[in-house]
Design a protein around this ligand. Structure first.
Ligand SMILES: *Cc1c(COP(=O)(O)O)cnc(C)c1O
Length: 336
């Protein structure tokens, strides 16, 4: 089959030759016994990068977020979370289903922050009628948008006043760091825990890490086992992640530049409402009419371009989209 230009997500990337070589030569052991040197290496590496005590490798971001939330919260506790956040909407309700932890949604503002007065008003008083508010959960990037860490410092003050913890779903934290020209550590400083994905823009095939204090990671380690995430010679996967962290972080700037070019060209065509903000990283959204959805998808498919069927169409740039591919995408949109 001819290679498709796949704009559906940055999860579709294939391992690069250098990455495959790193995976082939990775020293491994049984990680359930803490004996996989490559897993230990990536955990230490990411903990140091994010300025936290420890990290724990997980097969997916969903599991990494979940074991984090379960480590922070007890049965009957509650976490405050963005209304369209991944941890609320796209993880099958896992915190409620498996952790007995209730979500309290809050609207995201267009700049990927929360209204802090609203946030404070949602914290429930200590009263037997209410779930106990325990955790505030942010996402960065959120729909590709970065929020500046100054916002999190303000939220942290509220969290501290009420004795709450803060978790960051940083599936695309490195996109945010590259975009903001900050170290990831500066962004996550106000958070107690962070989940990062290796399998999104960073281009590894599998893997996420939960990062936090030694005490939190010990709790999460137990939950990972309960959730079925204890893996054995998983260093093969960690090696891909180490390679990605060493070689494929700075290049995220290219994906951001490609998204900017794509958004600019789409706007110039004047056919659709294009969503692209200054704090956008590697995503562009265009709003289609219902009747445009199917024909657009089919026409693009004929040109070797894959897009999701959806009225709010998300176009994602990544490692496997070159400048040539982008030109082809722009031409195809122009022709429809
Ligand atoms: C992809 C993603 C996750 C984790 O997803 P998995 O597919 O389980 O690895 C979590 N949060 C956000 C914002 C994501 O985009």
């Amino acid at each position: 089959m001819e290679r498709m230009i796949d704009l559906r997500s940055d999860t579709v990337t294939r391992p690069t030759p250098g990455m495959l070589e790193a995976m082939m030569s990775a020293p491994v052991g049984d990680d359930v016994f803490f004996e996989d040197p490559t897993i230990n290496q990536i955990q230490e590496k990411i903990a140091a990068l994010l300025g936290k005590e420890q990290a724990l490798f997980a097969p997916s971001g969903t599991q990494s977020n979940l074991m984090g939330m379960m480590a922070h919260c007890q049965r009957g506790d509650e976490y405050i979370v963005g209304n369209l956040a991944h941890t609320y909407k796209y993880e099958g309700g896992g915190a409620a289903v498996l952790g007995s932890v209730q979500p309290q949604p809050i609207d995201y503002l267009p700049d990927a922050t929360f209204d802090l007065q609203k946030l404070e008003s949602l914290i429930k008083p200590i009263d037997d009628h209410f779930a106990r508010t325990r955790l505030i959960c942010y996402e960065n990037t959120y729909q590709g948008l970065t929020a500046h860490p100054s916002h999190y410092l303000e939220a942290r003050k509220i969290a501290d006043r009420y004795g709450l913890s803060m978790h960051l779903d940083g599936a695309r934290l490195f996109n945010a760091a590259v975009k903001l020209r900050l170290s990831p550590r500066e962004i996550v400083e106000p958070f107690d825990s962070v989940s990062v994905c290796l399998s999104k823009g960073l281009g590894a095939p599998v893997g996420s890490l939960l990062v936090g204090s030694k005490e939190l990671i010990e709790k999460a380690h137990r939950w990972r086992k309960v959730l079925g995430g204890g893996m054995r010679q998983a260093g093969i996967l960690a090696a891909a992640g180490i390679y990605a962290l060493d070689h494929q972080v700075e290049r995220l700037a290219q994906d951001h530049e490609h998204a900017r070019i794509l958004a600019t060209e789409l706007k110039l065509m004047g056919k659709w409402e294009v969503e692209y903000a200054e704090n956008q990283t590697n995503m562009v959204f265009i709003n289609l009419k219902e009747e445009e959805v199917k024909p657009l998808r089919e026409k693009m498919l004929k040109n070797g371009i894959l897009i999701y069927p959806g009225k709010r169409l998300r176009l994602v740039t990544h490692l496997d989209i070159s400048m040539n591919d982008l030109q082809k995408v722009i031409e195809s949109f122009r022709k429809v």
